[in-house]
Design a protein around this ligand. Sequence first.
Ligand SMILES: Nc1ncnc2c1ncn2[C@@H]1O[C@H](COP(=O)(O)OP(=O)(O)O)[C@@H](O)[C@H]1O
Ligand SMILES: [Mg+2]
Length: 274
Amino acid sequence: MIEVREATFYYPCRKGSPQLLFEGFNLLIPQGSYVALMGPNGAGKSTLGKMIKGLLSPSSGQVFIGGQPLRPGEISPRVGYVFSNAENQIVASVVEEDVAFALENRGVDPSIMARRVQDSLRLVDMEDYRFHPPHLLSGGQQQKVVLAGVLAMESEILVLDEPTSMLDLQDRQEILDLFAKIHGQGGRTILHITHSFEEALRAQEFLYLDNGRVSFFGTWNDFFDRGLLDNAMRIALPPILELIQELRERGHLIPNAVRSLDELRGFLLRNPQS
Ligand SMILES: Nc1ncnc2c1ncn2[C@@H]1O[C@H](COP(=O)(O)OP(=O)(O)O)[C@@H](O)[C@H]1O
Ligand SMILES: [Mg+2]
């Protein structure tokens, strides 16, 4: 579980007065959730993620991880953070050493470490690359190595900060499928920061942040039922959702549960008169 309670956060400003980003900010994400976090540039998405990991501390208020308060300056080993640029996050010259890096730093027993490294590499489908130098891997493979490192730490919370933004289409699909697989194993909470509405739809819940405030947090059903797509949220919709919106505006009765091309096809074949 992630809880942010009454958090206030300032960045020091170049021109004197500090920039207030969060004020009395509250958020509760139950354990095991898969939440997509969207919002305009500068909304505070990365800052929120870093507060949850403990890379940044609120000036007042508190962050709780699994019910335990994070002390100011304390970086939580229970939270794994994955940035866009995999290359910058890889530290070792051999894949398995990179995956083991954080465990080694924490003095984890070598036999436990070996098992965790192997299990995590298997989970991300990178077992065959354990002795490879990471810099020869594709961006997507490197991102899988970074993920394996986080999984090896048995982090119960994953903060994924635009993890696919530097990947090509195929790597992106593979990584997204991997998130679903990791989430499907149960237990872990995923907070996936993204600029892509299509990616966000893969999550179970949707959190929209604007200017340090939560504009929406709830399930996708709730989001669509409330007709929030028409709202002021500045989201670039995938073409299929634009088409569905347009059909609705022209009087076609397409239920809210229809959100993809396959669903639209299935619905129209069953209901040709709609
Ligand atoms: N290290 C920093 N120093 C000063 N201001 C920052 C720093 N990092 C981010 N900001 C500012 O804080 C706001 C939120 O940034 P960020 O959390 O990175 O937004 P997002 O990830 O939603 O794009 C932006 O206005 C940004 O300019
Ligand atoms: Mg960001």
